[in-house]
Write a protein that binds this ligand. Structure first.
Ligand SMILES: *[C@@H]1O[C@H](CO)[C@@H](O)[C@H](O)[C@H]1NC(C)=O
Ligand SMILES: *[C@@H]1O[C@H](CO)[C@@H](O)[C@H](O)[C@H]1NC(C)=O
Ligand SMILES: *[C@@H]1O[C@H](CO)[C@@H](O)[C@H](O)[C@H]1NC(C)=O
Ligand SMILES: *[C@@H]1O[C@H](CO)[C@@H](O)[C@H](O)[C@H]1NC(C)=O
Ligand SMILES: *[C@@H]1O[C@H](CO)[C@@H](O)[C@H](O)[C@H]1NC(C)=O
Ligand SMILES: *[C@@H]1O[C@H](CO)[C@@H](O)[C@H](O)[C@H]1NC(C)=O
Ligand SMILES: *[C@@H]1O[C@H](CO)[C@@H](O)[C@H](O)[C@H]1NC(C)=O
Ligand SMILES: *[C@@H]1O[C@H](CO)[C@@H](O)[C@H](O)[C@H]1NC(C)=O
Ligand SMILES: *[C@@H]1O[C@H](CO)[C@@H](O)[C@H](O)[C@H]1NC(C)=O
Ligand SMILES: *[C@@H]1O[C@H](CO)[C@@H](O)[C@H](O)[C@H]1NC(C)=O
Ligand SMILES: *[C@@H]1O[C@H](CO)[C@@H](O)[C@H](O)[C@H]1NC(C)=O
Ligand SMILES: *[C@@H]1O[C@H](CO)[C@@H](O)[C@H](O)[C@H]1NC(C)=O
Length: 842
């Protein structure tokens, strides 16, 4: 491993700041869940954060929110509602399951309710066709654990809140509805429509669009509720069919109930009339759509309030009902559930970072950004412990919606490691257990289906990062199995699933291009995404090396150490781009596309031609990917022609106008560096690999934060991706950035004069929320102008290296920055580890 000796520093573990421990502030007030719900085109979610703005608890299975139509053609084209929500999309229902921040095409948006009023016939409403009842919204509000909206067509207000596997929908049917409700004098009806076919639609069609398969419904004869099951398949990760069981209750029994069925054809709206019948118990075979309509008589002129308590389970309807009874019992009011959700966010997530009094006057904007992004770290993955798929009997914790490892291994899981340590150990156990039961670890897993892999097998990186940061000693994790899971990724060619987008398939799990990787040490054009896969495989093999070495497996360590250096095999020293004077001239040496006979193919390093599934690189330019060898950045510097050339290349990365982009959904700005997507995440920090250049990391990262992050709905420059953007932002706030697979953090410059991060690494056996161990970050003399680092002390000791070791903060500690208005070359010491420097050995 790294040349670090174990740095068993005295735990300077700080005590929790007084005001946080004693009279704790309600930090949820700073969270704005709608930040990151809009893209660059006003009203559209395209290229935006795709944040889920509805109600949820931390890592909740249920994320109760609104679903909007995909027919948002007035938003500049179809933009899929990945989290259900689009800023101006028409509402088609409220549903229990969502992802947050994901791109591509939607998953979930299932088990829905839609409130309606009056005679459906008179309004031309067909229960089988959401186009006949979709509506725009008004008077909408989102806060932690609470979402409210008003349906513009009918005036019905809906308030939502959520617990772990359950939630509540509180409908207020207006006294004078805007629509013609009248079929019999002034007596009218309020309805709740339950449509099992309802699932978030996709602009992509084909195998990308989710499909309802079959289901069952049982309506309580007294009108108090309903339960049942529904099966869905496909969606972004092209999963096999999976069941969801559900249960719902109403605060008032329905007066009338009806059900229906009709032959369901995916993607084709059902236009024939549907007959409603009073059958309370129906089971539908494949492709028979079913649904139910619950109706309440009420007098116009009076408001009607109906609350529905709902829940899901992956095991049975009985269990779903038990979740409802336990988590949202009727003796608990709607707003008590809201408060319980807020408490959970405060306790586990938001109190992980405290800004103590000594920080000085409050900057509300900065606090809102901080806590909004802290909130954004904990909507995924979904904690489904006790809800493993049927037949998977295990005592290990279970998490689904690793959506995706590709996005989160760089900045998210290292953040979890420090801030949510005890929960993170559970997540790691779940990842290993998934290998035990499914044969491979997840990457893009959701709906209990392992894929989709975009590049390498990046759960390897997650495990290695945890391993080298001290969790190797944690007995709760079976590292023997973890290593076997990593070796499976490194050696076993996965079954080649057919993929709608990738012509070579093999996207379900593992690494489909292993045959080339094993044979040539690079990946030829026989595989899609050959360049970016190769880059990730090298990193995955470094992860394998790290764990093999730590476990004393010498032979394996040697093998994987060698393979980690395979990146050299497809580096094309002759690849050149001339960006002209404005682009700082000629840049030489890039990753290339190599043939079996060793020759390189012509590749445009600034234009990836869209870089999706079938291309040479995935969602990033060769320019961007060429910086991506975190275990050997010094090697890359040499390959690019030395420090001067490397610095020039970094400098050129921020200049606007040179990138052809990686598609509208995944690109922000026009620089070769893309602040909107993960492959570029580490690049702005790479000045730290040259002595005396750390100030440029600070200049660059500050500029990016100030340019691309704000509190508007469009205030996240790309898909939030399960907390990836959020944690990139948070590391910047702390003035640190993790290097995947190594026990180090690169130093930038904090945004607060004082910030305390609660960590659980001092005792991973204890619930982290009970931890009294803090990393205290102080930035003396910090101001808008004084953002350059003048010097750094770690636990009182002055350092002159541009990074800190994990062991320096693992038991708590203090990082003191001295800030000033001018750049200073304080970073004259040891460089961060790289293979080329001999930092690692087999
Ligand atoms: C919402 O639906 C209305 C009525 O069908 C339609 O005119 C409008 O374009 C839709 N709005 C959006 C944003 O799709
Ligand atoms: C409302 O609907 C009823 C029933 O279809 C119809 O008789 C009546 O004319 C409608 N009223 C208006 C104002 O459209
Ligand atoms: C919502 O739709 C109604 C009916 O089509 C329309 O009158 C209203 O202007 C729309 N509101 C918004 C905000 O689009
Ligand atoms: C409906 O209620 C309004 C206001 O209370 C009343 O003026 C009207 O006569 C009622 N209509 C019927 C058909 O009962
Ligand atoms: C709404 O209906 C359209 C057209 O039938 C369908 O494509 C879409 O999936 C439906 N939306 C939801 C959320 O079910
Ligand atoms: C809630 O609904 C379920 C499913 O229909 C039913 O079995 C149960 O009796 C209902 N509970 C209450 C308290 O109404
Ligand atoms: C919950 O509390 C909010 C804020 O006080 C209030 O506006 C709302 O009406 C309450 N909702 C319910 C269902 O009680
Ligand atoms: C507060 O923070 C924001 C975001 O960093 C910054 O733009 C603003 O200038 C700060 N305000 C003050 C008064 O420092
Ligand atoms: C790079 O170009 C030089 C000079 O043309 C040539 O000798 C060398 O083989 C090339 N290297 C590669 C890897 O193609
Ligand atoms: C090497 O292989 C490529 C791709 O198959 C081919 O186009 C090229 O002509 C070959 N070159 C040599 C020197 O064999
Ligand atoms: C690479 O792509 C850019 C942008 O599309 C284009 O301007 C440039 O000419 C291309 N370079 C080469 C060498 O084809
Ligand atoms: C603090 O910043 C000011 C410039 O605003 C500078 O004059 C002073 O030297 C700095 N103090 C230290 C200790 O760096």
């Amino acid at each position: 491993m790294a040349r670090c000796t174990m740095r068993l520093l005295a735990a300077l573990a700080a005590v929790a700041p007084a005001f946080a421990a004693n009279n704790r502030e309600d930090l949820t007030k700073y969270v704005l869940p709608k930040v990151g719900t809009e893209g660059a085109i006003p009203g559209s979610s395209l290229g935006g954060g795709n944040m889920f703005p509805g109600a949820a608890v931390p890592f909740g299975t249920v994320k109760l929110g609104i679903d909007t139509s995909v027919l948002n053609l007035d938003q500049g084209g179809i933009s899929s509602a990945n989290s259900g929500y689009t800023p101006r999309g028409n509402l088609t229902g409220f549903s229990m399951m969502h992802t947050s921040g994901t791109g591509g095409q939607p998953k979930y948006g299932i088990v829905s309710q839609m409130p309606l009023i009056g005679s459906l016939d008179a309004q031309g409403i067909s229960v089988a066709d959401n186009r006949t009842y979709l509506t725009n919204r008004t008077d909408e509000s989102a806060s932690v654990g609470y979402f409210r909206t008003t349906l513009e067509t009918t005036g019905i207000q809906a308030e939502l809140t959520a617990a772990q596997h359950s939630g509540s929908l509180y409908y207020t049917f207006p006294s004078s509805p805007a629509v013609n409700t009248s079929s019999s004098g002034n007596s009218s009806q309020a309805h709740v429509l339950v449509d099992l076919v309802h699932a978030l639609p996709s602009g992509g069609g084909g195998y990308i669009a989710q499909r309802y398969v079959k289901g069952s419904l049982v309506l309580a004869e007294d009108g108090s509720g309903y339960s049942g099951s529904a099966w869905y398949n496909l969606g972004w990760n092209q999963g096999e069919q999976w069941p969801i069981y559900f249960c719902a209750n109403f605060s008032k029994p329905a007066t009338t109930m009806n059900t229906w069925f009709y032959p369901y054809i995916q993607l084709i709206p059902h236009e024939d009339p549907v007959v409603l019948r009073p059958y309370y118990d129906i089971v539908a075979g494949d492709n028979l759509a079913i649904g139910a309509l619950f109706s309440w008589d009420y007098e116009e002129g009076e408001e009607l309030e109906v609350e529905s308590r709902v829940g899901v389970s992956f095991l049975s309807a009985e269990k779903a009902c038990a979740h409802v009874r336990k988590e949202v019992p009727w003796k608990q009011s709607f707003n008590e559930t809201v408060q319980a959700a807020r408490n959970a966010w405060n306790d586990e997530i938001l109190s992980a970072i405290i800004i103590p009094e000594e920080n000085g006057p409050k900057n509300e904007t900065l606090l809102s950004l901080l806590y909004t992004h802290l909130y954004g770290t904990a909507l995924m993955p979904s904690d489904r412990t006790g809800e493993n798929p049927l037949g998977w009997k295990s005592k290990e914790p279970y998490y689904d919606d690793w959506y995706t490892m590709w996005d989160i291994f760089r900045s998210t899981t290292p953040f979890f490691h420090l801030a949510y340590t005890s929960r993170f150990t559970g997540m790691l156990r779940s990842v290993i257990d998934t290998w035990r039961f499914d044969g491979f670890m997840p990457d893009g897993r959701s709906g209990n289906y392992n894929g989709r892999t975009q590049g390498g097998s990046n759960a390897d990186n997650v495990l290695a990062d945890a391993f080298v940061k001290g969790l190797d000693r944690f007995k709760g994790i079976n590292w023997k199995d973890a290593y076997e899971a990593i070796v499976t990724d490194a050696e076993k060619v996965p079954v080649r699933n057919m993929d709608f987008n990738a012509w070579d398939g093999g996207t379900k799990e593992g690494r489909n291009a292993l045959p080339d990787w094993h044979k040539y040490g690079y990946i030829t054009l026989d595989y899609s995404r050959s360049i970016s896969k190769g880059i990730e495989y090298a990193q995955n093999d470094f992860a394998a090396y790290v764990v093999a070495k730590g476990l004393g497996k010498k032979k394996d360590a040697k093998k994987y150490f060698g393979r980690a250096q395979n990146w050299n095999n497809f580096w094309n020293p002759n690849a050149t781009v001339d960006l002209g004077e404005r682009g700082l001239g000629v840049h030489t040496g890039f990753f290339g596309s190599r043939n079996p006979n060793g020759t390189f193919n012509e590749v445009n390093v600034t234009d990836c031609g869209g870089c999706t599934w079938g291309d040479l690189t995935y969602e990033g330019l060769v320019w961007e990917y060429s910086f991506n060898v975190p275990h050997d950045t010094v090697g890359v510097i040499q390959a690019m022609g030395g420090e001067e050339a490397f610095e020039k290349r970094l400098d050129a990365s921020w200049i606007q106008g040179f990138s052809a982009g990686a598609g509208a959904a995944n690109t922000a700005g026009t620089a070769l560096f893309n602040p909107g997507n993960e492959p570029s995440f580490q690049t702005p920090f790479l000045y730290n690999y040259m002595n005396g250049k750390q100030y440029k990391t600070v200049e660059t990262t500050r500029n990016l934060i100030n340019t691309y992050y704000n509190l508007k709905p469009s205030g996240i420059p790309g898909n939030q991706d399960a907390g990836a953007m959020a944690t990139w932002f948070l590391w910047n706030m702390m003035g640190l950035y993790p290097v995947s697979g190594q026990p180090i953090y690169l130093i930038a410059a904090p945004f607060f004069k004082a910030l305390d991060l609660r960590i659980g690494t001092a005792n991973p056996y204890q619930d982290t929320t009970k931890s009294k161990t803090y990393v205290k970050i102080r930035a003396k003399n910090l101001s808008q102008e004084n953002f350059y680092v003048q010097g750094v002390r770690v636990n009182g000791k002055k350092i002159n290296r541009s990074f800190i070791w994990h062991d320096e903060i693992r038991w708590g500690g203090k990082i003191e920055f001295e800030m000033g208005a001018q750049p200073k070359k304080w970073d004259t010491g040891e460089l961060p580890p790289s293979i080329a420097m001999g930092s690692f050995s087999a």
